[in-house]
Design a protein around this ligand. Sequence first.
Ligand code: NIG
Ligand code: FE
Length: 407
Amino acid sequence: MLADRIWHDAQMATMRADLEGVGLIDRAMIASKDGRIVYAGAKSDAPSGLDGKEWIGCHGALVTPGLIDCHTHLVYGGDRSHEFKMRLAGASYEEIAKSGGGILSTMRATRVSDDDELAYDALKRLDALIADGVTTLEIKSGYGLDLENETKQLRVARRLGNERQVDVVTTFLAAHALPPEAGGDKDRYIELVCREMLPQIARSGIADAVDAFCEGIAFSVEQTARVFETARILGLPVKLHADQLSNLEGAALAARFGALSADHLEYTSEEGAAAMGRAGTVAVLLPGAFYFIRETKVPPVDLFRKHRVPIALATDCNPGSSPLHSVQLVMNMGATLFRLTVEECLLGVTREAARALGRLDRVGTLEAGKHCNLAIWKVGSPAELPYRFGINQLSARIYRGTGELTC
Ligand code: NIG
Ligand code: FE
């Protein structure tokens, strides 16, 4: 077969589930045709007759799947640096939220921004992630809090995927905070989300999944369950901001609905972890938010291991709790703050992140049939990725077979 491109002499971390750890293959080659991988393995095992129009020597460089950021709030108006100042002066994240700031302050800035303004700002953030090696990312709404403005956020998120060489997966997060026009009535707002907003969002096809914020300062288990039931009827997969600031047993709730993922999870109990393990729900850990709001309770990583819960890592890029724009840094934080192993950090931003998005059939590992999305690194061994921080170690990024042709 004549492939379009062949990368060779790579130290390839395939992330294949049937191999140990990150599935390392030495002296590897990866062949792509029409944007897909047609061969990824040892050069010595390559099928005879496989040739390429272009050959790219990697000189022993580490090659991984393109990075996947499976939890972001990338599209929003304004910023929250003023609240950062308040927090430095002693106010807590929850206190600011309760006094009308927090998510509602970003809601106000988002509602007064038009599509072009939102896209202009979000593209700067997206470009930072692309320069970091990201080829797939998830983007949530949740700062519009009414149909018109939630739709606007999701429309802009889809547009970003057309304006850059990146796959965007969108998530509808109207159950993020209570908008002021709801007059303090959370049940009534959830009714609106379920009766009017969700059916229209599902009809328009603008969201790939549904999320909610289950927390004292947001929505209860019962309110979240109503949103999830509606999503189920409409055929949309769910995920959840769970157990971030307290334990409401959000993890178990997510598992009960077969959620793709439960995210944050600092306060998750053993029952919650066990339920996630049984349901196959991915634990998406967000060390940027943990760090930035100066949380001290570390998510129960040992329980996730014990109950075989897949672990992913993401930036949670958002203006309030995690203005973080680097998946490379997330790997370092996952290791340093949460004591994840090197393998868990790398798998967390590739294979397990793909699983958390329901995209494992297309991306997340280097195997024939998947999109040829690659991150080629200036390093030769996996441990070097989470080890250094504050430096961009990416050498080249390949999206569907195209991108820089030097390693
Ligand atoms: O993932 N936890 C809730 N939502 C976001 C924060 C949103 C914000 O503060 O603007 C999070 O941390
Ligand atoms: Fe979040």
